[in-house]
Design a protein around this ligand. Structure first.
Ligand code: HEC
Ligand code: HEC
Ligand code: HEC
Ligand code: HEC
Length: 225
């Protein structure tokens, strides 16, 4: 009886040893997995990453022939806004039932020529703001506003370069304007501000923000003391 008990004890010990060893053996051969929930999300600075959003289109824009007949002008761009910086009004009919972003993004996400409006679709700088008609509306009346003392703001001037041939400064703020290529490149880009070099995708490497006007100081002479 005593011997039987000892044999039983040894078998049990052997079985557990084999069990534990094989468990750790197979465990060590498993593919390593990363528990994604444990990785902290590091986000990039939004205004910088937005700049590269349409980078995939840069070469296409650079090689595209220019359609002289259907160019948008800066005047039309401003005329379509109540004041500088205001969301542009929708110059075409809004299709029935089509108020969701999908209805608008089928044209405004990547642009393209629309026969019935005889124009290139301006590319939206913010495809993520899905409720488009919250901000973009049709003009229904021109007599709604009564005259008041409110003075409208004006657009900053362009062509502000330190020297002839230097990169002009960015005259506007970058809030909601991170995505440079959506406004400055492609066939829908406004003629006066369409860039000759969409392929240099890191725009802010050369174009700095400065909303001040640089003044001509005449011939520069260093004072020697
Ligand atoms: C069939 C393609 C198409 C669809 C769908 C469409 N648009 Fe347009 N959109 C255009 C074109 C083309 C223009 C340029 C018209 C012009 O310059 O005369 C334009 C111009 C605009 C403009 C003026 C932009 C500016 O800078 O002046 C706004 C705002 C606009 N659309 C908003 C919308 C909204 C909001 C929707 C969805 C309810 C929408 N669009 C659906 C093709 C489209
Ligand atoms: C929170 C308000 C808001 C929402 C929502 C919004 N927009 Fe805009 N949108 C603006 C403002 C403000 C501007 C003017 C930007 C500027 O001039 O800096 C603008 C500019 C535009 C332009 C003009 C770009 C150009 O080159 O002329 C288009 C096109 C446009 N939006 C389309 C859309 C579409 C399509 C949607 C829906 C997916 C949408 N917007 C959602 C506020 C909005
Ligand atoms: C919503 C459309 C829009 C976006 C997005 C946008 N811009 Fe502009 N940009 C304009 C307009 C319009 C002007 C003309 C001045 C004005 O109205 O602010 C301009 C002017 C400029 C000028 C001056 C050009 C000259 O000839 O002097 C530079 C440089 C410029 N932008 C760079 C940028 C850069 C870099 C970005 C991205 C970080 C950017 N823009 C994003 C619309 C835009
Ligand atoms: C390597 C430096 C560099 C980079 C990067 C760069 N630019 Fe420029 N950009 C310049 C210079 C230099 C000029 C002035 C050209 C002249 O006056 O002959 C200029 C001029 C411009 C102008 C005035 C119109 C024109 O083309 O002459 C606009 C608008 C503009 N750049 C937008 C952009 C945008 C948008 C981007 C990003 C896609 C960008 N730039 C990237 C150097 C750069």
């Amino acid at each position: 009886m005593k011997r039987l008990f000892i044999i039983f004890l040894f078998t049990l010990l052997l079985a557990t040893t084999i069990g534990i060893w094989s468990y750790s053996y197979f465990e060590s051969h498993e593919e390593a997995t990363i528990e994604t929930s444990r990785i902290r999300e590091y986000s990039t600075i939004p205004s910088e990453s937005g700049m590269f959003e349409r980078a995939g289109f840069a070469m296409e824009y650079a090689n595209m022939p220019l359609d002289q007949e259907h160019q948008r002008k800066l005047k039309d761009y401003y005329d379509n806004r109540a004041f500088y910086g205001a969301p542009p009004t929708v110059p075409h009919p809004i299709e029935e039932g089509g108020i969701g972003s999908k209805a608008c993004l089928k044209c405004h996400q990547n642009g393209g020529f629309v026969d019935k409006y005889q124009a290139y679709t301006p590319v939206t700088p913010h495809p993520d703001k899905s409720n488009c008609v919250q901000c973009h509306v049709r003009v229904k009346s021109n007599s709604f506003f009564v005259p008041s003392s409110w003075v409208s703001n004006t657009a900053p001037s362009t062509g502000n370069q330190a020297l002839k041939g230097s990169p002009p400064i960015v005259p506007h703020s970058l809030q909601l304007r991170e995505n440079c290529l959506s406004c400055h490149a492609g066939p829908s880009a406004v003629k006066e501000i369409r860039t000759t070099h969409p392929e240099r995708i890191n725009c802010r490497q050369c174009h700095v923000i400065n909303e001040k006007k640089t003044v001509d100081i005449g011939t520069f002479k260093r004072e020697i003391k």
